[in-house]
Design a protein around this ligand. Structure first.
Ligand code: CO8
Length: 257
């Protein structure tokens, strides 16, 4: 791997993917995105891993797609590369992914953070979709996910002017889960990941699937999907362990079975 670092056991049950193009503010070139996709696929199948964190560095989570790589491309070049199939694959990851964001999360960087399930932001984080300033528009979900998170008026403003919002503002709009001092943003992300990693991984993944479904389908269909996943969990050992532990007044020990 050239552009990311991966630690499968950063903390017990928690894997860390760190974008590693610091000089380019972690600009997302095709190879980097491919590396994220391939590693997420592998981590998703590793029973030891329950939660995945994606982070950058203090200065930048990611400043967007690699403009230098895209600048001279034609429509057909872009179409042939089909980079969005990589994003679709990332979006299919079953395990929860938390973005630990410090500094710039712009364009594709903001979209990558929003593709994750939760975002922990350092107080220096800035979010934005500045593609309009370079003559294009968001292409990896920005117009959709930002609008769902911020509402039409604010999303329209960000997408049409390219201006950034601060971590605090992003928190007020519900785009991020929490804002913490820069020195501890990764530590706080790990703390959140650890809380989730202590739950039944099967229940976590089915719950994630159901929450995500709410963005895709009408309420009735979503409720139906939720019920099916709920029933399905009663065939897991973890359901027995969780409920028995409650009755026996002890801590459950979930095995992911
Ligand atoms: N692509 C390529 N290189 C970049 C990018 C980028 N997106 N962002 C920064 N860099 C490079 C700079 O060129 C510079 O390199 P060099 O030192 O060789 O000149 C280095 O990173 C440091 O950047 P700056 O000197 O500009 O640092 P500043 O602190 O002055 O400014 C900014 C920081 C404000 C973040 C500024 O770099 C900037 O505006 N960057 C571009 C932000 C942007 O427009 N992002 C959107 C890109 S388009 C996009 O994301 C489309 C998404 C849809 C498809 C997704 C597929 C992956």
């Amino acid at each position: 791997m050239e552009f990311i670092k991966v630690n499968k056991a950063y903390v017990k049950h928690i894997a860390l993917i760190q974008l590693n193009r610091p000089k380019e503010l972690n600009a997302l070139n095709l190879q980097l995105m491919g590396e994220i996709r391939d590693n997420l696929k592998e981590l998703d199948q590793d029973d030891e891993v329950r939660v995945i964190i994606i982070t950058g560095d203090e200065r930048a989570f990611a400043a967007g797609a690699d403009i230098k790589q895209m600048a001279g491309k034609s429509t057909i070049d872009m179409w042939k590369v089909d980079q969005f199939s990589t994003w679709d694959q990332i979006n299919k990851t079953r395990k929860p992914i938390i973005a630990a964001v410090s500094g710039f999360a712009l364009g594709g960087g903001c979209e990558l953070a929003m593709t994750c399930d939760m975002i922990v932001a350092s107080e220096t984080a800035q979010f934005g979709q500045p593609e309009i300033k370079i003559g294009v528009m968001p292409g990896a979900g920005g117009t959709q996910r930002l609008t769902k998170a911020l509402g039409k008026a604010k999303a329209m403003e960000l997408v049409l002017t390219g201006k950034f919002i601060s971590a605090e503002e992003a928190y007020d709009y519900g785009l991020v889960n929490k804002v913490v001092p820069t020195e501890v943003y990764l530590k706080e992300t790990v703390a959140l990941a650890s809380e989730i990693a202590a739950m039944s991984p099967i229940a976590v993944q089915m719950a994630k699937e159901a929450v995500k479904r709410s963005f895709e389908v009408p309420l009735e269909e979503g409720l139906h999907f939720e019920r099916k996943n709920f029933y399905m969990l009663f065939s897991s050992e973890d359901q027995k362990e969780g409920m028995n532990a409650f009755v026996e007044k002890r801590k459950p020990d979930f095995k992911g079975r």
